[in-house]
Design a protein around this ligand. Sequence first.
Ligand code: ADP
Ligand code: MG
Length: 329
Amino acid sequence: MNIIKALPSLLINKIAAGEVIERPASVVKELIENALDAGASRIEIEVADGGKKLIRVSDNGCGMSPADLEKAFLSHTTSKIDSEKDLSRIQTFGFRGEALASIGAVSQARLTSKLRLTGSEKNASPEAYTVEINGGELNPLQPAAGSEGTIVDIRNLFFNTPARQKFLKSNAVEMGHLSEMITRFAIAYPEIQFAVVSNQKNILNLLPVSDVKERLRIFFGDELVSQLLLVEDESVLGGRAYISNPLVTKPTGRWQFFFLNRRFIRDRIIAAAVRKAYYEIIPGGRYPAVFLFMHLPFEEYDVNVHPTKLEVRFRNGWQIHDNILGLIR
Ligand code: ADP
Ligand code: MG
């Protein structure tokens, strides 16, 4: 008797969502990444009830044509790669084309978008369109009102996956995860304006700045930031780090942020290098503050190893380790 069958695409998307979308903060991550990939200079994040009830991300990026809008919620549809070759030189945050499909499978979602026109197309006068998806069921495209760019509305996350919904924490805890996520992007992209609205209250409006220290000051306070030391290494790490001197330590590693080509990453090798650099010069159980901004050629690492791309695989991890250790020492 034959027992193997192909799963329906709705179920496939729900399974994919299980890997990528854990909580409201994961949705915000994917939507901010899409806005950055679309070249936005201003991103507004609006949430209600810690993102459980509503997450709305609006950007002034390139927008989407009506035909693209119809495809955006389908799985494995992307404008970012074409061929296998592209996989080894990914410059965008996205490339798998599954974030919107995953989110749309486990929420009530709406995309409204209007193409940003370049000079030669100006007389095409496009309109905004909107497309809705409800627990994976896509509705037809409709004309809408809207300005250039994209608005994504995500309502009632996990309304159709109660097992997942049960794992969500209080609004305050979910809001904490959201803020942490937004902090990472705000530090990596100081030139981008970020505004955050929670339960209809403006809670953050970050104007574009040229110096990342100004953003660090907002999130971590004057006192810490004024004591940070700048170390630079353009040749091997293509980067710089702001690190605390050994007299300034923290109770956890929460003040350590590592960015690789402006992508926030978690990495055990980097964390080990930081630990080693401060070993025996700070008390046990204390952690330095370290904000590390590395820039490496795309051949040096692979981002296609982790569902949420929070981890990467370095081609030569120990070399990175030694370089960071050397830089901080
Ligand atoms: P990926 O980012 O991996 O391509 P997504 O599911 O996140 O996959 O998005 C699918 C496609 O929808 C993107 O490749 C992009 O072309 C388009 N898109 C999504 N969000 C936006 C946005 N904010 N602005 C413009 N285009 C977008
Ligand atoms: Mg994406």
